[in-house]
Structures are given as C-alpha cells and as structure tokens.
Design a protein around this ligand. Structure first.
Ligand code: BTN
Length: 244
C-alpha cells in the first residue's frame, strides 16, 4: 500500500506532528505513530490520556473531496479498525457507536479525531485522521465506559505494531473504495455493525439531551433520530449513550 509509517517514542499529539508534515507538503498516506503522547487530544476538546502500551497514530490524507464529504472518513476509519480487531482475534465482535467509536462488550476501545484544513478558496487542503486504541490500558474515569483489547481477551503476543499493520491494510482497501464510489458502501457496512440500531438512545448535545429511537444514519452520516414527541431529528455532532 502507499502508506509510510514513522515511529516516535513520545510526542505531544501525533495529530500535531502530522500537521507540521502536512504544512511541509507531505503526501497522502503519511503516518506518524507514537508509543506515548504527552498532550493527546480527544473529540470535543477532551484529553486522551496516552501511556505506553496503547496505539496512537495519525494519518495524513489528501482526498479530492469536499470538506463535508471528508467527514465520511471517520466512519471509514472505525470500520477499518473493526476489521483489524476481528482479523487479529476471531472471537472479538466489535460494535460501532456513532459517529466513530469502536465498542467491545458495549465499552469503548478506540476513538477517532478528524481535523481538516481548507485552503483559501474553502476547498479541502488536507485531513488529519488521528486514532487511539486501548490495547493494555483504558481510563476508568471516562465519560463513556471503556475497555482494552487485552481485557477483552486479545493475546499478549499481539501489540500495537501488528494492529497498525492490519489497520493499514484494511483502511487502504476501504479508503480506495470510498474515493471511487462514495459514502453509500461505507454507510451500509457501518450500519451492519452499528450498536443500538432501532433502539432507544440518548444523545448529549451542548445544553440538551435528546432521547429517541436510533433509526439510521443518512446519506452524509448524520444520526437520524425519531424523537419521543414524534418528530424526526438529524444530529451532526453529539455524544451517544445507550439505554442499556
Ligand atoms: C475520541 O475522543 O474518541 C478521539 C480520540 C482520538 C485519540 C487519538 S490518539 C492519536 C491522535 N493524537 C491525538 O492527540 N488524538 C488522536
């Protein structure tokens, strides 16, 4: 595949390392992988605690797509992670939580942080896809219950290097397909593994929490919710919780 990986012992955030390289003109497929991060970031301004033992990496992507379309890549990324986890251990059955978490036994095992840069005309310049996977450790004070691959039974012989290699192979195929055919194939594959589809969920937004039935994701990846008052609501950003 056309991915090149650089491994660093410690960085602030691999997303920031990739941003520097992107500004210097690095190519689509450039990856920075770090053994630990001193300033790891999560979605919505949260911290991603990053001790040695887990996987932290960021990929530079320069697809010829709009910024809105590029948001599809968070679904592509979580699908590829789910593929990789299943490949490494057939007994593991990952579920996907909107928009881009992978769950095992209903608990979060990985997250994706997408950051994009537009050029002066508003066209996508590049995209940074940052991924963190709990292999050995997970935070016990997280907003959402977490787990690690090890806790879920992954063999101690399989570490970050093998997981990254499997991810790259799967992502390569899914990324090519998405560039060629667009979101629809991604959407249906994602829905096949979606956690809580058709069930009651809660969606925490800044300032309000919605509850309703998780109907589907729409053609752009927005969460389609049937509210209890009978209205439909399309959500583009928020935190999902399941009614368990
Ligand atoms: C989330 O909130 O679920 C997203 C977590 C993303 C963490 C990864 S670790 C590698 C990359 N560098 C960062 O600082 N964050 C992402």
């Amino acid at each position: 595949s056309s991915f090149s990986v650089t491994c660093k012992e410690e960085v602030g955030s691999t997303n920031d390392e990739i941003r520097l390289l992107a500004e210097q003109g690095a190519q689509d497929g450039t990856i920075v992988w770090a053994l630990r991060q001193s300033a790891g970031r999560g979605r919505q301004g949260r911290t991603w605690v990053s001790p040695v033992g887990n996987l932290y990496f960021s990929t530079l992507l320069r697809p010829e797509k709009s910024i809105a379309e590029a948001a599809n890549l968070s679904f592509v990324a979580s699908l590829a992670l789910s593929d990789a986890i299943r490949q490494l251990d057939r007994r593991l059955a990952p579920g996907l939580k909107w928009p881009n978490d992978v769950l095992l036994s209903g608990k979060k095992v990985s997250g994706v942080l997408l950051e994009s840069k537009a050029d002066r005309s508003g066209k996508l310049d590049y995209l940074i896809m940052g991924i963190g996977v709990n292999i050995e450790h997970y935070p016990d004070d997280a907003r959402y219950p977490a787990t690690s691959l090890r806790e879920q039974g992954l063999s101690g012989e399989i570490g970050a290097d093998k997981l990254l290699e499997c991810f790259i192979n799967s992502f390569d195929a899914r990324y090519k397909l998405w560039k060629k055919e667009g979101f629809e194939s991604v959407r249906s594959a994602w829905l096949d593994q979606a956690h809580g589809l058709g069930e009651k969920i809660y969606v925490r937004l800044p300032g309000e929490t919605l509850s309703g039935r998780f109907v589907t994701i729409d053609k752009d990846g927005a969460l389609d919710l049937d509210l209890e008052n009978g209205n439909q609501r399309l959500v583009t950003a928020g935190d999902v919780f399941f009614a368990s």
